[in-house]
Design a protein around this ligand. Structure first.
Ligand code: EPZ
Length: 420
């Protein structure tokens, strides 16, 4: 079984933690750097597994990169065939972000179906349909996708059939160097979309309406690299808030956008946590028992984030009474339920929902992460479990958290990485 996180639960948290740059912002930003002449520099980039995979893809597409302290410089230096390396492309969903930049840079792109957390069907039909409407030719040969536009892309008025975050980001990156105007209707409004648009505008792109359901783009001939600080990771912030709720004590979460965290904080407040907002920070405090919150639903931004659902559910396992968390975005968000129940929780999956009946105490277990946010949720739950819990599947957690064990240990938790 290899490595695991050893969590000795039952200790309250106490202290401050600074939220790193957002994984789901950094990953499309790195792809967008391929669109630019000259160097782009991202001032804060977490050392995540998915970032490492992205750098392998960027190198294969003719880019050079250089870590400078916590920052990362990316520059396109050489012509390259638009072929994504199989391993990294299959290792994460974010390889899809290279479709549009590679088409603009190489005239075509060839890649396998992207990978990523197994949260249910994750087609890329909206990405491809939008690119088709902008003049690209889409070919599948088995699992290998080739998209080509040797004469470039042309702006289009395109309605997304659902507000896909990734498809909005793909089509935004396609539009900024396309000929003429593009209108994206029914676009995703997530903060990470807004952050990508802000970087592209800094590079010379002409974008209006990012963060609203309608984005209007005037294509330009060239973009020049820029310096950009990615937004804080709202899901890491939600994880820290849920950890305080689960373990008890308090955590002061620094460098976080309260607006993006509001739905998570509202649920934790309803469960009985004390939430003390400040400028660019919030302290989440749990004193005594939590209470169930009834049924809550995830949704597209600005609703409660699907990615925060597992960690919030973990905090509700010992809340007196009933709770239910229903994910309207993915079909298989709660693969972590098996691990919760191994810890002594009383949960049941019902369609896209996780039904929770609060228990007085959780106990130690051997559990395995099946995906990124479910893995973080198992750690959050283990903080409340008396005794020693072993959380396997650390490779999933490493995709989205630079050092979850170290962050929690700095808050007084007894969590450390162990080898079998
Ligand atoms: C992004 O994934 C995030 N990943 C996910 O975070 C996040 O859960 C998701 O947005 C929703 O907020 C990154 O940004 C790297 P979607 P993405 O396209 O773009 C369906 C994490 O843990 N869909 O908004 O893949 C899809 O099947 C990850 O950090 C289509 O049907 O999400 C899903 O049901 C997990 N066709 C729904 O839309 C498409 O072409 C939302 O997916 C695209 C999506």
């Amino acid at each position: 079984m290899g490595e695991y996180l050893l969590v000795r639960g039952g200790r309250p948290l106490e202290g401050a933690a600074r939220v790193p740059a957002a994984k789901n912002s950094v990953l499309p930003l790195l792809a967008a750097a391929l669109l630019c002449e000259g160097e782009s520099f991202f001032t804060q980039v977490p050392r995540l597994a998915d970032v490492q995979q992205s750098l392998v893809i960027l190198s294969a597409l003719g880019c050079e990169y250089q870590w400078r302290g916590r920052g990362l410089a990316v520059r396109r230096c050489a012509e390259a065939p638009g072929v994504l390396p199989e391993g990294p492309a299959r290792a994460m969903r974010s390889s899809v972000f290279y479709l549009a930049p590679a088409i603009h840079r190489c005239g075509r792109v060839r890649m396998p179906m992207p990978g990523g957390c197994k949260l249910g069907p994750r087609p890329i039909d909206i990405h491809l349909d939008g690119l088709d409407k902008m003049g690209a030719r889409v070919d599948w040969r088995g699992e290998t996708l080739t998209v080509s536009a040797p004469w470039g892309l042309t702006g289009a008025d395109y309605t997304l059939r659902l507000p896909s975050v990734g498809a909005t980001e793909t089509l935004l990156m396609a539009a900024v160097l396309a000929k003429g105007e593009t209108v994206l209707r029914g676009a995703a409004m997530e903060p990470e979309v807004v952050d990508l648009a802000a970087f592209l505008q800094r590079c010379g792109a002409r974008i209006e309406g990012a963060g609203s359901p309608m984005i209007r783009v005037q294509g330009v001939r060239e973009l020049r690299g820029a310096v950009h600080t990615p937004i804080p990771d709202r899901i890491v912030a939600a994880t820290l808030a849920a950890a305080a709720a689960s373990a008890g004590g308090w955590v002061r979460i620094q460098n976080c956008q309260l607006e993006a965290l509001a739905p998570t904080l509202e649920i934790l407040r309803r469960a009985g946590c004390r939430v003390e907002p400040a400028a660019n920070a919030v302290t989440v405090r749990r004193v005594g028992w939590l209470r169930g919150v009834g049924r809550v639903y995830t949704g597209v931004y600005p609703a409660f984030s699907t990615d925060a659902a597992p960690v919030v559910a973990a905090a509700l396992l010992t809340a007196a009474g009933r709770s239910a968390v229903e994910d309207t975005v993915f079909e298989n968000r709660f693969a972590c339920a098996e691990g919760f129940n191994a810890l002594g929780a009383k949960t049941a999956r019902a369609g896209r929902a996780l039904e929770i009946e609060g228990v007085r105490a959780l106990g130690p277990a051997r559990v395995e992460a099946k995906d990124l946010r479910g893995g973080a949720a198992l750690v959050v739950a283990a903080l409340a479990a008396q005794g020693e819990t072993k959380v396997y599947g650390v490779e999933h957690i490493r995709r989205g958290y630079g050092d979850l064990a170290g962050t929690l240990a700095n808050l007084g938790a007894q969590v450390r990485l162990c080898q079998e």
